[in-house]
Structures are given as structure tokens and as C-alpha cells.
Design a protein around this ligand. Structure first.
Ligand code: NAD
Length: 327
């Protein structure tokens, strides 16, 4: 009665945490196949899994960018039977577009988009035949809202969201469910790799003004966001387990409630202007506006001649914060 779960990219971060969480399920409901490109990197997973390793967790090699590797891995599984496929493998890319090579950009799509598509293509036909299965993709909040200087990464996540949103409809007919997990910032190697990469790169070909915006405005705010809002990989694993165990698993699953207002902004104004202008103000003016707000607050709120006074409740986060900043 155990469900077979295959997870990609399990040597670190969210993939490792999901593998451990499911393999250590108290009722032993899951048989987890944790996969990674290079089994030499298995130690962290094996250690975290403890006595589940060899019982409810086994390991296989899998590179989502290789047809042969994917086929070989799935062929190695008894009857090719996978109940739950978790597409987690992914890479980040940050920086001004002018300073990134086309090869770097395509590599992001090769892993984040085509890697997941390759997996789904290999596993989905068997699920359809059996009329059961659950396909999960670790997407991102950036798969729902573009973020400045994350243009290509965000596009790769939008791409897989669009692919899955389309596929989910026909798969429903075969009793196969599709779910996206959309984390905000998470403390993993992803974060470390990104900031290490940024400090090494020169982004040759980028004009000085854009580089200034990237390094002076974007990077400090990105670091603050990771520091202030970052979740743990274990938290994402718990959210994923909840989705798997839900009687009607939702298609979209933001893991961080602080990100729901961002999506709400998008749907509140279908022209997209509200989102674009809000993010512009958050990036370039937030520091200044925060100062104005504080000064006005402490000097008993004095509007200048001709200004309209606007009182907004609930401004410490989300929509209230966004509207306050915009005005
Ligand atoms: P991570 O770097 O710790 O994990 C990514 C894993 O994918 C690594 O183990 C890496 O080796 C593996 N991988 C990369 N290319 C692969 C390939 N071709 N084949 C197989 N495995 C490959 O980072 P993470 O944060 O755990 O990332 C997991 C997923 O979560 C990614 O899809 C990422 O886009 C997404 N995500 C991360 C964050 C974050 O802030 N960390 C936020 C939202 C979404």
C-alpha cells in the first residue's frame, strides 16, 4: 500500500528535505526514491534520513537534463511504477540581462523548464494508463510574479506554470493531479550560490547606471528579503506533504502567506500597471518613502498645502504597505 515517490535534485535544500520528510512518515506511507546527478553527494541526505535510508528511502542517479539518464532511472524502478513525481531540481540566475550570456540563460531553461518537462513526459504515460498519479513541481512565487533582475529565472518558472496549467486539464480526465509548490525565499544552497555568483561576476556589457541599480538598489533589498522572509527547506517539505495528503490537492500552493498580496495585486488590476508601478516604488523609493512616513508619523502628521490626506489601515505588510508606498 506504500506510495512510490520520485524526487529530483535531492542532494541539498528543498529536495533533500522533502525526501527526508516523506521517508520518515510515521505511518510509513511512502517509498521514496531520492535522485541526484552525482551519488557522491549523497552523504547529507543519507545522514538526515537516518534509519529510513535503505527502508523507505533508496537513491538513484538522475540528471534531468539528459534523456538517457531519465529513462535509465525510471526503467530501474519496479514496473516503472511512480505514484508521485516531485520535480524539484532547479537553478537560479540573477543579474542584468545585458550582462548574461545566452548560454547561461538557456541552461536555466534546460533545467527548470525542459528538465521538468522531460520527467513528466517519461512518467505521465504510465500514470495515465493506471488512471492515478500526482505530479508536483517546485516552482516559485517568481512563477506568478516577475521580479526585477530575475528576468530569466522568473521566465523559466512562468514557463513551467503555463505548461502545467495547460496539462492539468487533460490529466484530470485520467485521474492524475498536478500541483505547483510556490515558495518565496528559502534558505538553501540556492541562496548561497546566487550571492556567491553575484560577487564574482562582472556582468560585462552592462552600462554603469544599470549595474548601479542592480548592486545598490536590488542586491541589498534581496538580501533583506531573504533574511526577513526566508523559510526553511523543512517548512517547504511540510507544505508539500500537506498538498500530497490533501483529498483535493490544489493546483497552486504559495508556501509563504506574505506573498499572497503580491498575487492579489496582480489580479486586482488586470492591466498589470499596479504590479509594475508598485514594484518600481518598492525598489527605487521605498527607503525614501519609509523615511517620509516615519517623519510624518512622529511630527503629528502634517500634510502640505493642497495634498490629500489618505489614511490606510494595516500597512505593516502586503497590500496596505503596497498602497501606502505607491501613494
Ligand atoms: P538547491 O540548490 O539546494 O537545490 C537544487 C538541487 O537541484 C541541487 O541539489 C542541484 O544539484 C539539483 N540540480 C540542478 N540541476 C540538476 C539536474 N540537471 N539534474 C538533477 N538535479 C539537478 O536549491 P533549492 O532552494 O533547494 O531549490 C530547489 C527548487 O526550489 C528549485 O527548483 C528552485 O528553483 C526552487 N525554489 C527555491 C527558492 C529559494 O529561495 N531557495 C525559492 C523558490 C523556489
Amino acid at each position: 500500500g506504500q506510495k512510490v515517490v520520485l524526487i529530483t535534485g535531492c542532494s541539498s535544500g528543498i529536495g533533500l528535505a522533502i525526501a527526508v520528510t516523506l521517508a520518515r512518515d510515521e505511518m510509513k506511507r511512502y517509498y521514496v526514491i531520492g535522485t541526484m546527478r552525482d551519488l557522491k553527494r549523497k552523504d547529507k541526505l543519507v545522514e538526515a534520513a537516518g534509519d529510513a535510508y535503505g527502508k523507505t528511502l533508496s537513491l538513484l542517479t538522475l540528471d534531468v537534463c539528459s534523456d538517457e539518464s531519465v529513462k535509465q532511472c525510471v526503467d530501474n524502478i519496479k514496473d516503472r511504477h511512480i505514484d508521485i513525481l516531485i520535480n524539484n531540481a532547479g537553478v537560479g540566475l540573477v543579474g542584468p540581462v545585458e550582462g548574461l550570456s545566452m548560454d547561461e540563460m538557456m541552461a536555466v531553461f534546460q533545467t527548470n523548464f525542459f528538465g521538468a518537462v522531460r520527467m513528466i513526459k517519461e512518467v505521465m504515460p504510465d500514470m495515465k494508463k493506471r488512471q492515478s498519479g500526482h505530479i508536483i513541481v517546485v516552482s516559485s512565487a517568481m512563477g506568478l510574479q516577475g521580479v526585477v533582475f530575475n528576468d530569466v529565472y522568473s521566465a523559466s518558472k512562468f514557463a513551467i506554470e503555463g505548461f502545467c496549467e495547460s496539462l492539468a486539464v487533460q490529466l484530470l480526465k485520467f485521474n492524475v493531479t498536478v500541483s505547483m509548490i510556490e515558495p518565496g525565499p528559502v534558505h538553501t544552497e540556492f541562496e548561497m550560490k546566487m550571492f556567491a555568483d553575484v560577487s564574482k561576476k562582472e556582468y560585462a556589457g552592462t552600462d554603469p547606471e544599470t549595474l548601479h541599480h542592480f548592486r545598490t538598489y536590488y542586491l541589498p533589498s534581496a538580501m533583506n528579503i531573504f533574511q526577513g522572509l526566508g523559510q526553511s527547506p523543512e517548512h517547504i517539505a511540510k507544505c508539500t506533504k500537506k498538498v500530497i495528503e490533501s483529498p483535493r490537492p490544489p493546483f497552486r500552493n504559495l508556501t509563504n502567506p506574505l506573498y499572497t498580496p503580491i498575487v492579489a495585486l496582480k489580479y486586482a488590476d488586470e492591466t498589470g500597471s499596479l504590479s509594475v508601478h508598485t514594484f518600481y516604488h518598492v525598489l527605487y523609493n521605498l527607503g525614501g518613502v519609509m523615511n517620509t512616513l516615519t517623519i510624518r508619523y512622529s511630527s503629528e502628521i502634517m500634510a502640505a498645502e493642497g495634498q490629500k490626506v489618505v489614511l490606510i489601515t494595516g500597512c505593516s505588510s502586503g497590500i496596505g504597505l503596497a498602497i501606502a508606498v505607491m501613494l
